[in-house]
Design a protein around this ligand. Structure first.
Ligand code: DI6
Ligand code: FE
Length: 406
């Protein structure tokens, strides 16, 4: 369905937050206009500066609304079977996330539900969640595998992710996350799982063109840095970029390892130290901030936001939508949580779901409103961009433009 508007058109009468890296806060331009051609931005700026060659194009007024880049959710596990409401109850009765995982609940219980689902079923279950994101102005989503943990189901999850891109006007970047958890049949044999399932599944996914990137979960309840390294080595051989769930519950040096492999992002990072931050800065690895998991698990340790600022590490903000630690399908709520829980600024939060999220996905054609980027926008019934992070549970989206198509 990813159709593209061919004829040139002009959008006028808006307040524009370009989110370009340099310039005014939010890249704010009053009385702005955007010229769009063939699904791309031909020109954007103050209407008074509009070059004459665009002046005759058919124009559409935006009623003075705020226009931002389309939002990008750069970390989701939105394809999965079943749900974990029972585990939610158990945690309220006192069990911890790690205890539930070690007792065979947690991620592994979603694996059981995902293995019994068909690709059609996975897509049907995921679409309402995807639609919720799109209704908030999201135009690109990353989707991970990682609830199959056998070759067939890992591939089915990625096939479901590709199907979502065919069924909705949204860009999908897929991520192979075979190293997410050790399945029950490999209990205490994580190394054998990596050799016998994870690497062969990665090869198969790559062979079918199903994987745009490779991720892992480096944690005591999942995989050691040495095991993750083997997955990264194969990813490099296949020419696939890597990223990592790192330092979520403890500090194992995962972010540093990810940085050594030139990771696009390292995500969670609550337990990251300054050394790890420096390694990420040197590698240009984006920090994936996922406050939904912090909130759900009632974590106490905050990610080192000040150190990311100090060392110039870009921060992306994502939902981490998943059935266990972040059953959340609102990127706007993630922005609010990033501000309220982690003290990010509303401008950092908006950059986190636009410019920095694009970087975290290795995309250089979206995330800001600048010439030659895709015409992916969100149009909001708000006056100031800070309102996007400020409200809780309110969706001010007026409309979305995907490659120039409303
Ligand atoms: N960390 C997380 O927060 C999610 N995955 C991960 O590696 C949780 C996934 C789940 O609990 O189902
Ligand atoms: Fe995650």
């Amino acid at each position: 369905m990813n159709h593209v508007a061919e004829a040139g058109k002009l959008l006028t009468n808006m307040r524009l937050a370009t989110m370009a890296a340099a310039g005014a806060p939010y890249g704010l331009v009053e009385g702005a206009a955007i010229a769009i051609e063939a699904g791309r931005i031909a020109w954007a700026g103050a209407h008074v500066d509009l070059p004459p060659q665009y002046a005759g194009w058919p124009a559409q007024g935006m009623g003075g609304r705020l226009v931002t880049p389309g939002l990008i959710d750069c970390h989701t596990h939105i394809v999965f079977g079943g749900n974990r409401a029972r585990e939610f109850e158990m945690r309220l009765e006192g069990a911890t996330y790690e205890e539930i995982a070690r007792a065979g609940g947690g991620i592994v219980s979603t694996v059981t539900a995902t293995r019994t689902a068909s690709v059609d079923g996975l897509v049907a279950d995921a679409l309402p969640r995807v639609d919720h994101l799109l209704a908030e102005g999201v135009t690109a989503i990353e989707i991970k595998s990682g609830y199959g943990l056998d070759i067939d189901t890992e591939l089915n999850m990625l096939r479901a992710a590709r199907r979502i891109e065919a069924e909705r006007p949204v860009r999908v970047k897929t991520t192979f996350l075979g190293a997410h958890a050790v399945p029950a049949e490999y209990k205490d044999r994580a190394g054998a799982y990596i050799d016998e399932v994870c690497i062969p599944a990665l090869d198969a996914a790559h062979g079918e063109g199903l994987a745009d990137a490779v991720d892992g979960f480096c944690e005591g309840i999942a995989f050691s840095p040495a095991q993750i390294k083997r997955v990264f080595v194969r990813a490099r051989e296949l020419g696939l970029p890597v990223k990592l769930h790192a330092e979520q519950l403890s500090n194992l040096g995962g972010a540093k390892l990810a940085a050594q492999y030139g990771a696009l992002s390292a995500d969670h990072l609550e337990y990251l130290d300054e050394d790890g931050v420096k390694a990420m800065a040197a590698a240009g690895t984006v920090a994936g901030i996922v406050p939904g998991a912090f909130y759900t698990l009632r974590e106490k340790q905050l990610p080192p936001i000040d150190l990311f600022r100090k060392h110039g590490v870009a921060m992306a903000v994502a939902t981490d939508c998943n059935p266990g630690s972040s059953p959340m399908t609102s990127l706007l709520l993630s922005m609010n949580m990033a501000c309220t829980l982690f003290r990010m600024t509303p401008e950092e939060a908006l950059a986190g779901v636009t410019r920095s999220a694009a970087r975290a996905l290795g995309l250089d054609d979206c995330g800001t409103i600048e010439p030659s980027k895709r015409a992916d926008f969100a149009v909001w019934n708000v006056e100031h961009p800070a309102e996007l992070a400020y409200r809780i549970g309110f969706n001010p989206l007026h409309e979305r433009s995907f490659a120039g198509i409303p």
